[in-house]
Design a protein around this ligand. Structure first.
Ligand SMILES: [Zn+2]
Ligand SMILES: [Zn+2]
Length: 413
């Protein structure tokens, strides 16, 4: 079989892999929101005509280009049930932001939604002579490990995955006896600190800030992190005022609409019912008028209501970043240079900030354990900043046959 690597090869972003069995199967088809120059980047080819597509999960770096497959074709694309509802929100938002910059138009977006085919976890369907099965990847609602079997060879594409339990998910389970493993390596060179300890520290910071009369600001991704933070805060404290603003509100409703895809939907529902969803200006004013927790998009602070809170919270307030900020985004500027960019102007930010790791990706040990259980003949390392380094390490220190393809490369699997 041939695997054509159209993105997420030596980089994080624009995941896109075309697998050729008896059919051409597109595994993810994403965009990179910000490359080095701060503009969006698409897969190496934006005019592919596969026979099928499979989406590991809804994040735009995996899903953002799926509508471009409908500029000419009409094919089935598979994913777990919540994925369709989530991509609808995310695609709409990216069309609003990027408009003509995208390689598709509104009609293709609508057509793509019509051709979505939901697939239950652990249920197998066929694409020509290739069997397809999805397993819970523990990353976000509907995220999947993608297992493909063709002529008695098993290929697993991990998409993004997390093994450790979180407030939202149980964590991904290992898959055994894999022939070819295509694995993400975002945190292959780092361990995450122990989750419970990070959570304790987050709560300490919240109490300290609220005691001083400030707002605890969480710039937060709408998808995954917002829901995790709501559940986390309410797990430890039922009473402190929590406000949720931005696109995270809409995504939270989708999480609750698909309760089977989260660990404890009742707990999330109770938590959501006890926080204030910011609907308009009066809510925004209330949020900063009292000591509170404010969870708001955007996670990397490139737009979204978080910027408003940044300049309307009192000086006893504080920011906590819980996720990765790409270079040249406002989150990155603030953490590295102390300012943010607004309308090409540098705006100095006085509020103190901290970074606390609540990542939804597997850390180094979990990645290595996942590989050990899969025991693959061949490993394709993708979706990381140093895929070549990790592939070299897998070859030299662990005795595997690993490669780190470059974007545009075709490899035999
Ligand atoms: Zn993801
Ligand atoms: Zn990703």
């Amino acid at each position: 079989m041939e695997l054509e690597c159209l993105g997420a090869s030596g980089e994080v972003g624009r995941s896109a892999f075309l697998l050729k069995t008896d059919k051409k199967i597109m595994l993810d088809y994403g965009i990179k929101l910000f490359d080095e120059s701060g503009t969006a980047k698409f897969p190496e080819q934006t005019n592919v005509n596969p026979d099928f597509a499979v989406l590991s999960h809804a994040h735009l770096d995996h899903s953002g280009c799926i509508p471009a497959l409908y500029t000419s074709g009409k094919i089935k694309w598979y994913g777990a049930l919540p994925t369709k509802d989530i991509v609808e929100v995310l695609w709409k938002d990216s069309m609003k932001i990027m408009g003509d910059g995208l390689p598709y138009r509104l009609g293709h977006f609508r057509k793509a939604l019509d051709y979505f085919t939901p697939l239950e976890y652990k249920k197998t369907t066929t694409m020509g002579e290739t069997d397809l099965t999805l397993y819970d990847a523990g990353h976000i609602s509907g995220s999947a490990l993608v297992e493909l079997e063709y002529k008695n060879k098993k290929i697993v594409y991990t998409g993004d995955f997390k093994c450790e339990e979180t407030h939202m998910h149980q964590g991904a389970k290992y898959i055994e006896d894999v022939d070819t493993l295509i694995i993400e390596s975002t945190y292959a060179n780092r361990e995450h600190p122990k989750r419970k300890e990070v959570e304790q520290k987050v709560m300490e910071q919240i109490y300290e800030t609220i005691d001083k009369g400030g707002n605890m600001l969480f710039p937060s991704f709408a998808l995954g992190r917002t829901q995790e933070l709501i559940a986390l805060v309410r797990h430890y404290d039922k009473d402190i005022p929590v406000y949720v603003d931005g696109m995270g509100r809409e995504i939270t409703n989708i999480y609750l609409k698909h309760p089977r895809f989260i660990k404890n939907a009742n707990k999330l529902r109770d938590a959501v019912n006890s926080v204030r969803m910011v609907e308009g200006i009066p809510d925004k004013k209330d949020a900063t008028r009292e000591p509170s927790v404010i969870i708001s998009t955007a996670g990397m602070m490139n737009g979204g209501p978080i910027l408003n809170y940044l300049f309307h919270s009192n000086q006893n307030s504080k920011l906590i970043f819980t996720g990765y900020c790409v270079e040249e985004t406002n989150g990155w500027y603030l953490q590295n240079k102390g300012f943010i960019m607004k309308d090409e102007e540098e705006l100095h930010v006085d509020l103190p900030f901290e970074y606390m790791d609540l990542s939804a990706h597997a850390g180094r040990t979990d990645i290595l354990n996942f590989i050990k259980h899969a025991n693959p003949q061949k490993i394709v390392v993708v979706h990381g900043d140093n895929t070549q380094g990790f592939a070299d390490e897998l070859n030299e220190s662990f005795g595997y046959d690993a490669v780190a393809p470059k974007a545009g490369e075709k490899i035999q699997v």
